[in-house]
Design a protein around this ligand. Sequence first.
Ligand code: EPZ
Length: 417
Amino acid sequence: MQKLEVFGASRLKGQIKISGSKNASLPILAATLLSSKKIFLKNLPKVKDIETMISLLQSLGSKISYDGEKHIIDNSNQKKFFASYNLVKTMRAGILVLGPLLAKFGKAKVSLPGGCAIGTRPIDIHLKALSNLGVKYKIFQGYVHAIAPKGLIGTKIKFPQISVGATENLIIAASFAKGTTILSNCAVEPEVLDLVNFLKKIGCSIKWISKRCLSIKGVKKINEIIYSIMFDRIEAGTYLVAAAATEGNLRVKNVIPSLIKTELNILRKIGAKIKVKRNEIHIIGNKDIKNISFKTAPYPGFPTDLQAQFMVLLCKAKKDSFIKEDIFENRFMHVGELNRMGAQIKINGNKAIISGNTDFQAAELMATDLRASVSLIIAALTAKGKSVINRIYHLDRGYENLEKKLKKVGAKIKRSG
Ligand code: EPZ
């Protein structure tokens, strides 16, 4: 089992280029199933979850190759509609093939994704909304067996709560439905907008009619296109927090600063100096870190995917901070490990009370989920001595070349085992 050794303390100095967004790539890869033409995708991040989604598409009959610059996805002979457990279990976003398979074939058998460390991750919102489009389904032996006897029929759907994945599944399915679908109470994460931009480019008829409301007119004709995936705003936020926590001086490039306004404002409130250019953010960390409180929320609120990282930063504030995790029911798995490094964080339900003035101590640590793992790295960067983070396969799911990027800006970090 591979692990990472981090020799702290170090200050991050220099510049980091941000990769393509994992969470924009996954729904866009699933949406390529709609097309019987070739689709060319640039800027897919080289991370495990993308490899898994590519394997899942290949198991469905997609022909996928990479020419060193872009991925070529050819679904002209893609005929299968069975997405197996062994692929979906390791990458929950596999459920995103359900919408496109139903749109293309009118039937699908897709493994239930199952839960993960941060929560049970149900898909009831996906399924209820698909049934509004005329899908009949049953859950049997761990699979969703779904069929649209009369094809998908456009209608009005209001999501009972905001769900990124359900919004994405329904946007893709409705793109091939008969007639028009109105989706309201949609998630509006930048990754959802990137999916909409992609679908419009391949010829789908989609438009935002108000902040969280989409009108989607079903089409059948799809164009062959080349599309470049947006930047990974969570990767960008992660490195910005790492720079703030290590009193660093970092330029983060290949970003669209306006898409991470909330995070930048919080970093300024904490005391970091932030300068924004067209596709670059320059951050200078401050020795005096101020405490703040926030709760996680759907975009444009504070992203749950940066909660663990900011918690590490707040451990170093002068006074106590409070975080409320309002999206997932179990997203404090990093707290136990941070407390083993000397943090004093108390959990009360979905609230965390973070005592300040923590000097993290190097320790042997265990990663539990993608974002918790990277928060341990940030803490280890500030701790004097050698920390070891085990089970780093969690990290490899979502961070491209993490140790290479960190080494380039002064971190002493190496992979072993
Ligand atoms: C997406 O997950 C992201 N994953 C997550 O990022 C992210 O944390 C999450 O959105 C919230 O922003 C990808 O995009 C691949 P949701 P998703 O449906 O779509 C509940 C990372 O670290 N819910 O918006 O699964 C659900 O349990 C990952 O990159 C239902 O109850 O999130 C959660 O409590 C982690 N029923 C809440 O809604 C449903 O049918 C939000 O989930 C669907 C969701």
